[in-house]
Write a protein that binds this ligand. Structure first.
Ligand code: PEP
Ligand code: CO
Length: 457
């Protein structure tokens, strides 16, 4: 573990054990690209980052609820008006449902505007005796199984930066233009909600929006005009450290360094070693930082990581994202939760009910009969959320939010939900290159069920 006295710089991670980093054959080309990115404007501001940190601290005290969601991986091809708008719509609709259920203000965080790089369990992939680097996301290499496509290309980092900026620009314009105006939730309807078994329940909520608005306004102590604007924050898995350090800067009139590629970077399960390069990098930035916590996390590692990231025990700084799976959370989570609580560490607990519940099924009928397909069961996702609420309640701690992989599209990637998507339905509209996401209706349904669970008792 680096001691707090060890000097930090945006490059100090280089002398720590690194994992999951692409190997670029042309180091000079990478350096040129990083210098170019390093001279470009930041994607977010330190002011926004500090505002998010303050909101996260409120959520940890139970005064807010965090809705964090988006694709497992963004793709360059999906940087389109329709895909971005439908992602915003589903997050807005879910937050509308959650505000009614929880009676709390909602902080919306997108897994977007930078969620391009993916961790992989193997460095290489072998097909028919040919071994090539694994596909690591659109800002690293290309998915086609050829040597040229799979070779990491530094140009893609710049394209990823630009795609992030385009996404963010459109999100900000939509929000500023009144798209997110809570007074007009009827504008957010997506066509197929009309055919959903949940349509009536959702309509009831839209009809009672007036009441919920008044409620929010009284909570916020704000006027109608102030309530019209709804903010979105951005987040992505902090993976390619060379890219992240090129966007890590000092800003006038504020102490310290900020990673200005996103508001809330998180460290994934495969890179969260307490003495590793990713933790070292995050130690020196002022952003709030997420850390995934799973069945393999030990009490010692977790305490060590939290103390390294937050030596001053700053509220809102460390977000611990639990992802155990419905079958393991009951056994594996409480000891970790108690240890953090008993050590008096300020953390923000969020439940990710997706990544511990991934499984492979083999449909027996339909186009994919006999093939292995990666999926998740809605029942398991819901069960993990419900157990997370129960465990926090029992331990006297706060579940501050949820972190979900979803899309605003009508895909068939996860099994179950009110429409009863079956294994044999998966082939119909399975579009994810990586993890299976909740579709629009399943995401809205999950929000409704969480809202019931989170209702003040
Ligand atoms: C993810 O959030 O997409 C992810 C890879 O999660 P984890 O690190 O928890 O496996
Ligand atoms: Co994922």
């Amino acid at each position: 573990m680096p001691s707090p006295a060890t000097s930090w710089s945006p490059q100090s991670w280089k002398s720590f054990p690194t994992t999951q980093q692409p190997v670029y054959p042309d180091a000079a080309a990478l350096d040129r690209m990083l210098a170019e990115i390093g001279a470009l404007p930041p994607l977010v501001t330190s002011y926004e980052i500090e505002a998010l940190k303050a909101q996260l601290a409120e959520a940890a005290r139970g005064e807010r609820f965090i809705l964090w969601g988006g694709d497992c991986a963004e793709s360059f091809a999906d940087c389109s008006s329709a895909a971005i708008a439908s992602k915003l719509k589903i997050l807005l609709q879910m937050s509308l449902v959650l505000v009614q259920g929880t009676r709390k203000r909602i902080t919306r965080i997108g897994r977007f505007a930078g969620q391009y790089a993916k961790p992989r369990s193997a460095m290489t992939e072998v097909r028919d005796g040919v071994e090539l680097p694994s596909f690591r996301g659109d800002n690293v290499n290309r998915p086609e199984f050829t040597h040229a496509s799979r070779t990491p290309d530094p140009q893609l980092l710049l394209r990823g930066y630009e795609r992030s900026a385009l996404t963010l620009n459109f999100v900000r314009s939509l929000v500023d233009g009144g798209f997110a105006d809570l007074h007009h939730p009827e504008n957010w309807d997506l066509d197929f909600v009309k055919h959903s078994p949940l349509a009536a329940e959702y309509q009831k909520m839209v009809d009672s929006i007036g009441e919920s608005l008044r409620f929010m306004e009284s909570l916020a102590g704000g006027t109608l005009a102030q309530m019209q604007r709804v903010d979105f924050f951005t987040s992505h898995e902090l993976l390619v450290l060379a890219y992240e350090s090129a966007l890590t800067r000092q800003v006038p009139r504020r102490e310290g360094w900020f990673n200005l590629s996103t508001h809330l970077p998180w460290i994934g399960m495969r890179t969260n070693a307490s003495g590793g390069a990713h933790v070292e990098f995050c130690r020196g930035i002022r952003n709030p930082v997420g850390v995934k916590v799973g069945p393999d996390t030990t009490v010692d590692t977790l305490l060590d990581t939290v103390r390294t990231l937050s030596p001053d025990n700053e509220a809102g700084r460390v977000v611990l994202i639990s992802r155990f799976g419905a079958h393991q959370i009951g056994r594996a989570f409480p000891p970790l939760l108690r240890a953090v609580r008993d050590a008096g560490l300020h953390v923000v607990w969020v439940c990710d009910p997706m990544h511990g519940n991934t499984e492979t099924v083999v449909p027996t009928a339909g186009e994919w009969a006999g093939k292995s397909v990666k999926t998740r069961k809605f029942g398991h996702i819901l069960a993990e959320c419900e157990q997370a609420f129960e465990i926090h309640r029992a331990e006297g701690t706060v579940l501050a939010g949820v972190h979900i992989e979803l899309t605003g599209e009508n895909v068939t990637e996860c099994i179950g939900g009110a429409r009863g998507i079956s294994e044999d339905d998966l082939s119909r509209a399975y579009r994810s290159q990586v993890d299976p996401r909740l579709n629009y209706e399943q995401a809205l349904e999950l929000a409704m069920l969480i809202a019931r669970r989170a209702a003040p008792r």
